[in-house]
Design a binder for this molecule. Structure first.
Ligand code: SF4
Length: 411
């Protein structure tokens, strides 16, 4: 059972825009974005990455359009892409026009980079004629120098005013097919800037902590910033900016939305107890083995790995499927009900096999097919463990030696 997103602050209503087949803003699902790292002129390599990003959960993919060859690449990429393509324009108005000509579904303009009003209005007019939305992508690190001077730095007010100035140019040519981002690498600054942007505009907001860095710190910063805002009802589309394979960005975006109940679960949610002195198994090893075996199978389940049968099935009764260790055996449970007891060294295989059957047959059918004696066996193991007192009831000495041996082998 997912914790409902209705427990979060209701999402702020924004206008809705359309990038190809994907709606952003209004009541559209919050979308996940990522950006390719290939040279856009490398059409096959870029398409391969776009397909990988789409499979990992990206709804929209951005590609750089920094040179004529990139624009020519986009013209071939766009019709073959499984998701809408946004072109990132850096400094040159010609590249914005070439990307539009290539048929992209969206543009990203950085007001700090493309500064001449006539050029900005020219791009907006072209985008309007083609029905292509533009993201006003403000970045604290490349804020217009005038605003930097006016506010004494990249403050939330300065970031929001930068977006406002760009919007004013757009309005002069009657263009408002827009979403806005006010990113910063400081999580606190980014949160404050987006809060102010949400009060100021009703355009959809694209959330991100820019230059968040490598894993795991980048993931933490992205989650702190994006997750905080989503919980406050702010944000219509998100991107993790990680110094990593962009597939990690797409996976993280998707997982964050699923964990908040903001998108339907498509992938695995593996939960595991942190282990403690009562653990009957090396929980870290079993959880890692289960994660490795299950993660690429597109199983839309919450799966629990619990260290002991004394507390495990009860504490994880909300999980669709789980396994708990006890007395050298694995106790397999579905929604808290024990369905089978297997030898400890078959725990992970049994979990994978049951997960696949659960996908094919559904929860009710699998519960119906449970081993009717399993519940009593598990209860006997549970009581025996509760009764066992004092003399190393958890076989801790043996298990510590096992873990030490494994660590020594890994070194
Ligand atoms: S499930 Fe058992 S082993 Fe895991 S933390 Fe709880 S009591 Fe400890």
């Amino acid at each position: 059972m997912e914790i409902s997103s209705s427990l979060l602050t209701p999402r702020k209503t924004t206008r809705q825009i359309k990038l190809g087949s994907v709606l952003v803003g209004g009541d559209a699902p919050i979308s996940v974005q990522s950006m390719t790292t290939t040279k856009t002129a490398n059409v096959d390599g870029t398409l391969q990455q776009i397909y990988a990003l789409s499979a990992a959960g990206a709804d929209i993919v951005r590609c750089t359009c920094n040179e004529q060859e990139a624009a020519e690449g986009l013209a071939q990429i766009v019709p073959r892409s499984p998701v809408p393509i946004v072109a990132d324009i850096h400094f040159h108005v010609e590249m914005a026009l070439a990307a539009l000509e290539a048929g992209v579904h969206g543009l990203r303009l950085n007001p700090g980079n493309l500064r001449k009003p006539e050029e900005i209005k020219l791009v907006a007019r072209e985008a309007k004629d083609r029905g292509v939305p533009i993201r006003i992508g403000v970045n604290a690190g490349s804020l217009h120098p005038d605003l930097y001077a006016k506010y004494g730095g990249a403050t939330p007010e300065a970031l929001v005013e930068s977006a406002q100035v760009e919007l004013n140019y757009f309005r002069e040519v009657d263009f408002d097919d827009v979403k806005i981002s006010v990113k910063a690498s400081s999580v606190a600054l980014m949160i404050a800037a987006y809060r102010l942007a949400s009060e100021t505009f009703d355009y959809p907001l694209h959330l991100g902590v820019t230059e968040a860095g490598p894993l795991p710190g980048g993931l933490l910063k992205g989650t702190a910033g994006i997750g905080t805002l989503l919980a406050e009802g702010i944000g219509d589309t998100i991107r993790y900016s990680l110094t990593a394979d962009p597939v990690e960005e797409a996976k993280a975006g998707r997982q964050l939305l699923e964990s908040l109940g903001l998108r339907e679960r498509k992938g695995l949610d593996l939960i595991a107890c942190p282990s403690c002195g009562r653990a009957e198994v090396d929980v870290i090893a079993v959880a890692n083995a289960a994660q490795a075996a299950l993660q690429d199978r597109n199983l839309p389940f919450q799966v629990a790995v619990m260290g002991c049968v004394v507390n495990g099935p009860g504490e994880a009764r909300h999980a669709d499927l789980g396994i708990a260790a006890g007395r050298k055996r694995g106790h397999l449970f579905i929604r808290g009900q024990i369905v089978r007891v297997v030898p400890e060294d078959e725990m992970v295989d049994a979990l994978v096999a049951e997960a696949e059957k659960l996908l094919e047959e559904g929860i009710e059918a699998r519960l119906e097919k449970r081993d009717r004696s399993a519940e009593a066996e598990a209860e006997a193991d549970r009581l025996a463990l509760l009764d066992a007192k004092g003399d190393d009831a958890n076989h801790a000495t043996e298990r510590i030696s096992e873990i030490r041996r494994r660590l020594a082998d890994e070194r």
